[in-house]
Design a binder for this molecule. Structure first.
Ligand code: SF4
Length: 190
């Protein structure tokens, strides 16, 4: 069997640029959708369907975990509701599952589209990926995909792929839309 990188995919728009890079470099990829952090349910379905469109457009094989993980996620981040602790746990959960699957499938390496977004804690994702690589004995394919952020965004707009307005968890939805929460964040940041 031809070897491949198992690519954790957080959502359709974030996958477009990394997939382009892999295609250009003739690196074989299998996608893996595992995101118990996305809430509420209707938003989860929207992002899932958006990635299904990308799956067709890119003729990509994707392994799907379509379980809606609200309770699981809240238990996992309990009492670590604020960033960056909450995000650290969130990255860890998703990358751990990807590394486990990569080991099981004997993938050449694993990676994540989280490395594409300038809104994520990039260095932390890299650190967690490397730690899991050591533990599961599968290389972590690191690349700073943020270089293609504008290009990927443009392509998602052209294709009409659904683009979310907040990171994913219910806390990030609050941070994005609740005026009181936004005021509190800007106050604590100054
Ligand atoms: S803000 Fe994003 S990365 Fe952080 S916990 Fe929420 S979904 Fe995960």
């Amino acid at each position: 069997m031809k070897n491949f990188i198992l690519l954790h995919i957080c959502c359709g728009p974030c996958s477009l640029y990394p997939l382009k890079v892999f295609k250009e470099e003739k690196i074989s990829v299998k996608g893996f959708f595992y995101n118990p952090n996305i809430h509420p349910y209707q938003e989860f379905k929207l992002r899932l369907e958006a990635l299904k469109e990308v799956e067709k457009i890119e003729s990509l094989e994707i392994l799907w975990d379509e379980t809606y993980g609200l309770r699981f996620f809240l238990e996992e981040v309990s009492f670590q509701w604020e960033r960056p602790k909450r995000c650290e746990r969130c990255y860890y959960l998703r990358l751990k599952k990807t590394a486990e699957l990569a080991e099981k499938l004997k993938a050449e390496a694993f990676s994540t589209t989280l490395l594409y977004s300038p809104f994520q804690l990039h260095e932390l994702i890299k650190e967690i990926g490397e730690e899991l690589s050591y533990r599961y004995k599968v290389p972590f394919y690191y690349r700073d995909f943020r270089e293609g952020y504008k290009e990927g965004k443009q392509k998602a707009m052209e294709l009409g792929i659904y683009r979310q307005k907040y990171c994913g968890c219910i806390f990030s939805e609050e941070e994005r839309f609740s005026l009181a929460k936004r005021k509190k964040i800007s106050f604590t940041q100054t």
